[in-house]
Design a protein around this ligand. Sequence first.
Ligand code: 6H9
Length: 373
Amino acid sequence: MAIKYEFIKQCKQSGARLGRVHTPHGIIETPTFMPVGTQATVKTMSPEELKALDAQIILSNTYHLFLRPGHEIVKKAGGLHTFMNWDRPILTDSGGFQVFSLSERRKITEEGVEFRSHLNGEKLFISPEKAMEIQNALGPDIMMAFDECPPYPATYEYVKQSTERTSRWAERCLAAHQRKHDQGLFAIVQGGMFEDLRVQSAKDLTSMDFPGYAIGGLSVGEPKHLMYEVLDYTVPHLPFDKPRYLMGVGSPDALVEGSIRGIDMFDCVLPTRIARNGTTMTSQGRLVIRNAKFAEDFGPLDPNCDCYTCKNYSRAYIRHLLKADETFGIRLTTYHNLHFLTRLMKNVREAIMNDCLLDYRDQFFAQYGLLDN
Ligand SMILES: CNc1nc2cc(C(=O)NN)ccc2[nH]1
């Protein structure tokens, strides 16, 4: 069975909707947040802990796994699900973003991208066909087409050329797609911050009939209001009966605002990345636990949170662990941050069910940001 989107309910207060994405490894309730497991692990979390915090689907990176350990090894292990012992859905991105944001000395041609590995400087090449070969070997439930994520800012002419090439590359990905294990292939809409290019990209890609569509090229340094504007004029050109995935978006406010605009799936390294330097997400806003004022604070990270970390450990203890460079500290902040976002998305789904997502947004933002660190 390939990827199927089941529409459940339209929110009467906003453009949000409730849905389910049916995949070979299970059903995803949307809108949903996908924890990022770049190198075949969501850093410091076990699969059991990810299930305990209600992670429905996780993301892994084609670029990183291609460089190390190599997609052939993962294939020999039986694919990514077996390799990392995760039996729920997995989405792999195509490497389009990493090749442009991580590698050095890139050369882009119609054929593909030549670049140097950020690990050892080795000369490598990824084409749409290569990106599909790697993802077929990894065996995720959802694969992403190989595209170019233009830098921000970029000239209209540059974005126009890049976006038209991304459409040609999407066609090549579709042609190379072997549909092994019923993997679904999502296309990625580009077009920078230019409405006519975004609309053209969406029209080109929806004419090729993919099972799902991502909006890429955002959260690349543009102001948030600009990202929301791009969503306002792009989402209407995507099919109603297919999943919409906003790539690289992640902060609590952006997850709520994106859901209001009809986005179904999100991913971001934010919660796991900031956890590693002791920044935690709480209902009153961000809390930097390394701050000395928490040295004798024996309350939970977030008094409104019911997660394992908040039920069993104090701010003072977590601060101590982080100051002492104890790995358990990072595990506790990571678990809490991921739980915070999966809980937020559960609240968003409930608000959609009750036709009150805009009220929920106002109530959430009234709380969030009260903390002065
Ligand atoms: C953190 N910001 C961010 N922007 C992204 C854009 C893309 C994209 O356009 N892929 N083709 C992927 C991941 C991203 N992460």
